[in-house]
Design a protein around this ligand. Structure first.
Ligand code: F6P
Length: 328
């Protein structure tokens, strides 16, 4: 059996640890393994090369992805998918391990419909994939955000300012919620929970009356990009509104792509290694059309169709706890 491996969509710290385990587990099971560069785009363009154990030496600690990543418009068409399948046939690749988020998994599903065996591994900083407690890259990203919030807090405290900090997550509030609770944020605004900016301002005022001279508000980017979201939900508009309403000097920091880089944490390396091992093991057993995930410390495989039909649920207990801690 010959397998291919690709990374697709937004990169995530831990993707390299994942690729490394895919390659070395394949070798362990006497499978040949090919790297497909630049995701589905590279598959169409025939950017396919054999990988050996040494190809993945010295990458476990590196952020990004040595296989490169892309978002492919071409692969969304029937024609693009047919070319991709033909490329796999040409290289006699029977199965593909797809490392990425839900868009990448939809690509994998399209390949499977053409008779290619697929196995999906969730890797996205957004943690918006169901059937796994965490996706690869999330832990590193929230640690990056927490580190940034620690630093912002220093200057917020010195200048007695309000800081509105926008974090990534696409339509998910996971990054905001976890980094907000861990970073001691005063308010956390996420797309999953409706909020009232006037209440946020009241909270700031009562904190000032209690003697708190600075305030950190974490805003998930999804609040502003949610379908139908009003322009006033952007972090910039939120910051302006708060400054006008409270009269307190306010700064806005958009953390941006810094959240996608950096050396993966221990958690992300372990998750990547365990999920990738199971994915290749399952292919070796002849299975296909699955997503591997870790739930309550156990690695499990789910039907891809089922995983794609589910929503990743936010842990509301975290939200309530953050609110309690910020309101007394
Ligand atoms: O999906 C990961 C992610 O970083 C999201 O959090 C963000 O909305 C998006 O990708 C940014 O994409 P791009 O790299 O295309 O700017």
């Amino acid at each position: 059996m010959r397998i291919g491996v690709l990374t697709s969509g937004g990169d995530a710290p831990g993707m390299n640890a994942c690729v490394r385990t895919v390659v070395r587990t394949a070798i362990h099971f006497n499978l040949e393994v090919y790297g497909i560069y630049r995701g589905f785009h590279g598959l169409i363009k025939d950017e396919i090369e054999p990988l050996v154990s040494k190809s993945v030496s010295g990458i476990i600690q590196r952020g990004g992805t040595v296989l490169k990543s892309a978002r492919s418009k071409g692969f969304m068409t029937d024609e693009g998918q047919q070319i991709a399948v033909d490329q796999l046939k040409k290289h006699e690749i029977d199965a593909v391990v797809v490392i990425g988020g839900d868009g990448s998994f939809r690509g994998a599903r399209a390949l499977e419909k053409h008779g290619v065996k697929v196995m999906c591994i969730p890797a996205t900083i957004d943690n918006d994939i169901a059937c796994t407690d965490f996706s690869i890259g999330f832990d590193t990203a929230v640690n990056t955000v927490m580190d940034a919030v620690n630093k912002i807090r220093d200057t917020a405290s010195s200048h007695e300012r309000i800081y509105v900090v926008e974090v990534m997550g696409h339509h998910s509030g996971y990054i905001a919620l976890y980094s907000g609770l861990a970073g001691g944020a005063d308010s956390i605004l996420i797309p999953e929970v409706p909020f009232d900016l006037d209440q946020v301002c009241d909270k700031i005022s009562s904190a000032y009356h209690r003697g708190k001279n600075h305030n950190i508000i974490i805003v998930a980017e999804g609040v502003g990009i949610k379908p139908g979201a009003a322009a006033e939900n952007s972090s910039v508009a939120i910051g302006k509104y708060i400054e006008e309403k409270t009269g307190c000097e306010t700064r806005i920091t958009i953390l941006g792509h810094i959240q996608r880089g950096g050396a993966p944490t221990v958690k992300d390396r372990l998750l990547a290694s365990r999920l990738a091992y199971t994915a290749v093991n399952l292919l070796h057993q002849g299975k296909s059309g699955k997503m591997v995930g870790e739930v309550d410390k156990l690695v499990k495989a789910w039907d891809l169709e089922y995983a794609l039909s589910q929503d990743q649920q936010l842990d509301m207990e975290y939200y309530h706890l953050a609110n309690i801690l910020a309101s007394v």
